[in-house]
Design a protein around this ligand. Structure first.
Ligand SMILES: [Zn+2]
Length: 513
């Protein structure tokens, strides 16, 4: 008899019954090896399409789908007792940028192990904070396919970024790099800049119709356009004409693709109204210059009603501003959530001289000269009060008007370690509550409404028979407190159960893989 048969079978019982949280991790290998069906007993379901706590029921998952919901559903390869716990749909973030390691711009071979560990951890960090589906608003098909091949990653979709030369975001690239194949794939031929294109630039392949058709062929779920005159070192950038964007919108709608507009100013909100886009992907934090805030608010209320009438949804993305501000927070790395998102080696690098580069850029921009870090942080917070006030007030106007608000964290909007994947979405939830958005509304925005935005409401965003099994088990009720999202004990990612602790960056094993 070979020796190995004397070892105890790690998966001894097909009818294995297991209380949650007790040695669950050890069962994962068994789950992968044998189980296709999972029975969750006694769960209090809260579905995206029906945000109320239901009486305890059993949920049978088979081959990655919810097969049945009810009582006495028979047995399964694995069973869990979820008594006292809440079963909700996996969360959906419709504004992320998945490529790259936050705040890392160089290419030093000695950093490679750290970067490898970070790349392994990033998808897990999204999942750790409950995100099972994400939309990359400036994605490309090749990268998204690779992302989706990872074992413990939220499922990603992408929007094709339709750009003009020298505009946002291409202006951050070298003049020639913007015309190279990858960057210019969905670039428009802009008649207002006819002389900037290199000789032989194939104009016919870059009409609004042609780039939208190309995006659709590449598998994009949506089109992203930009109305941004710049910030930081890049200002007075050209923006696409209304005629150009209207033509993009017409073609996109003909092919069933929604159009997302990057815009965060009063001017870009007006542009969105005229262009007929579907979603504005930032809150409005730049008001018209020289205006008096209280006088402007009548105009904002009117604009909110027009946005409602035009059928445009808005992502407030307040965490964009917090990400910038918190880069100067000396206590940032002491936040207890951070350790679960950022691998230790990368956190150490961020706090060293090389990793502090963006913090230094921001600190140098503070008026009145350098002081100690605590004072710099206070000055920074004071500087962000006005844009934060504007975006909060405008979001309240949108709420009052009844404009649909979409949950999108814009992870990450710049080279900031403060917007690390997963945790940044969790903080955006806090920002929503601060603006007076109710917990049920936050819950539906994170689930069914984002599923609808992706055209996937039959597959994700609710707990219903036939849906993809992307689910979270929580110890607390997310309709009662936002902190309930911190009590996830188990994720079911495309039908596979994963203990939340396995996803934490603390004890990350990425570098060894
Ligand atoms: Zn973005």
């Amino acid at each position: 008899m070979p020796l190995f048969s004397l070892r105890p079978n790690p998966c001894p019982n097909k009818q294995f019954r297991q209380l949650l949280g007790v040695g669950f991790g050890a069962l994962m290998a068994c789950a992968a090896a044998q189980a296709d069906s999972l029975l969750i007993r006694n769960a209090r379901i809260i579905s995206g399409d029906h945000p109320q706590v239901q009486a305890p029921q059993d949920v049978l998952i088979n081959q990655g789908r919810i097969q049945a919901i009810g009582r006495q559903l028979g047995s399964a390869d694995r069973e869990l007792d979820a008594h006292g716990q809440y079963l909700i749909p996996g969360l959906i973030d419709t504004h992320v940028h998945l490529d790259g390691v936050p705040g890392y711009a160089g290419s030093h071979p000695e950093d490679e192990p750290m970067l490898r560990e970070a790349r392994v951890q990033i998808p897990r960090s999204y999942a750790y904070f409950g995100f099972t589906t994400v939309l990359d608003l400036t994605g490309d098909a090749g990268f998204i396919a690779k992302w989706n091949a990872q074992a413990l990653a939220p499922k990603a979709y992408f929007c094709a970024p339709v750009t003009i030369p020298n505009g946002y975001p291409l202006a951050w690239l070298d003049k020639n790099a913007q015309f190279q194949a990858a960057a210019s794939r969905y670039m428009l031929f802009d008649p207002a800049q006819a002389d900037v294109y290199p000789d032989g630039f194939p104009r016919q392949a870059h009409t609004p119709a042609a780039v939208v058709v190309q995006a659709r062929r590449d598998g994009a779920r949506c089109i992203k356009v930009f109305h941004e005159t710049g910030f930081g070192r890049q200002r007075n950038l050209p923006t696409p004409s209304l005629a150009l964007i209207r033509a993009v919108v017409a073609q996109a709608h003909q092919l069933g693709l929604p159009v997302y507009l990057h815009g965060n100013s009063q001017a870009s909100y007006e542009f969105a109204l005229q262009a007929g886009v579907d979603t504005l992907v930032h809150g409005m934090w730049h008001e018209n210059k020289g205006g008096n805030q209280s006088a402007a608010q009548g105009g904002w209320a009117r604009m909110a009603r027009e946005i409602l009438k035009a059928g445009i949804a808005v992502q407030p993305t307040v965490q964009v501003l917090y990400g910038e501000q918190e880069e100067l927070n000396p206590d940032f790395f002491n936040d207890p959530k951070v350790v679960h998102a950022i691998p230790q080696s990368l956190a150490r690098w961020y706090q060293g001289a090389a990793g502090q580069w963006m913090r230094k850029v921001l600190a140098e921009g503070i008026e009145g000269g350098a002081k100690n870090p605590a004072e710099q942080y206070e000055t920074m917070k004071a500087a962000y009060q006005r844009p934060l006030g504007t975006v909060r007030q405008m979001t309240r106007q949108l709420l009052q008007a009844g404009v649909p608000l979409r949950f999108g964290s814009d992870t990450l909007s710049g080279p900031f370690y403060t917007q690390f994947p997963g945790v940044n979405g969790r903080w955006e939830m806090d920002r929503w509550l601060e603006m007076g958005i109710s917990l049920p509304r936050l819950f539906t925005a994170l689930t069914i409404e984002n599923a609808r935005a992706l055209g996937l409401e039959r597959t994700i965003g609710s707990v219903q028979v036939g849906a993809q099994a992307d689910l979270l088990l929580l110890e607390q009720n997310p309709l009662q407190s936002v902190a309930a999202y911190d009590t996830i004990v188990l994720l079911i990612l495309n039908g596979k159960a994963v203990d939340r602790q396995e996803l934490s960056a603390r004890g990350s094993k990425g570098a060894a893989q």
